[in-house]
Design a protein around this ligand. Structure first.
Ligand code: SAM
Length: 209
């Protein structure tokens, strides 16, 4: 995944990270690349640790919740039109688990972020059984059960489906999860005109300390 982060080079020096916690899955080389990093992370302790672990990064902590209502991603997209967006292992926690609902949710996420460079790594499935392989290159054309069979051979397998499989609709690296990046598509900016102008915020302590 560190290689994937290194190779993700959207043409902007501004980044939003959604759900970084204290940056345990990120690294200094990646973080130092950006002139500004907007952080959406509700855990105040994680935000403090993030600043402490990477003091040289230009953090900009925002108290916005754009995940409770996925339509708010349109608002985020509009407000930070020139930022790339990285979802840091968070979408697997909030995607609907029901298959039909999760497909609609995935479509909405893609639509809301059409104008952005964005990337995500997230849980796809969870299970308590150890896999026989660690990494596989897959296409999202591949069905989830075929994918699962690459990692676990034979017997019964009880899994939790996180509702995120194929979110990127592209080649993904699967490693008990998936990661992908997407580039902006041509789209009608006026579609964002209806995005709400105000956002729900976390009630949190001031991060300027
Ligand atoms: C599974 S953890 C991943 C943490 C870290 N990125 C990692 O990979 O280890 C999910 C993170 O998302 C954060 N989170 C939860 N709800 C969120 C929201 N609405 N917006 C942004 N981050 C959120 C949590 O506080 C937590 O830090």
């Amino acid at each position: 995944m560190q290689r994937w982060l290194r190779e993700w080079q959207p043409p902007t020096d501004k980044l939003i990270i959604v759900g970084p916690s204290a940056g345990y899955t990120l690294n200094a080389d990646f973080l130092h690349r950006w002139q500004e990093i907007v952080v959406l992370e509700p855990d105040p302790l994680a935000r403090r640790l993030l600043r402490w672990r990477y003091p040289e990064v230009r953090w900009r902590f925002e108290s916005l919740d754009v995940l409770s209502n996925i339509n708010d991603l349109a608002w985020l997209s509009k407000r930070f039109a020139n930022h790339a967006i990285l979802f840091s292992n968070v979408l697997g926690q909030i995607a609907p688990r029901d298959e039909t609902t999760s497909q609609a949710w995935q479509r909405s996420v893609r639509e809301m972020l059409t104008g952005h460079y964005w990337a995500s790594y997230h849980d796809v499935i969870s299970t308590s059984r150890l896999p026989v392989a660690l990494v596989a290159q897959v296409s999202s054309e591949e069905a989830l059960d075929k994918l699962v069979a690459r990692f676990w051979h034979g017997g019964e397998l009880e899994i939790v489906d996180h509702g995120t499989f194929g979110l990127g609709r592209c080649e993904s690296q699967i490693h008990f999860g998936e990661w992908f990046s997407r580039e902006p598509l041509d789209f009608d900016q006026s579609a964002l005109a209806d995005a709400p102008s105000e956002k729900d915020c976390w009630i949190s302590e001031e991060d300027g300390s």
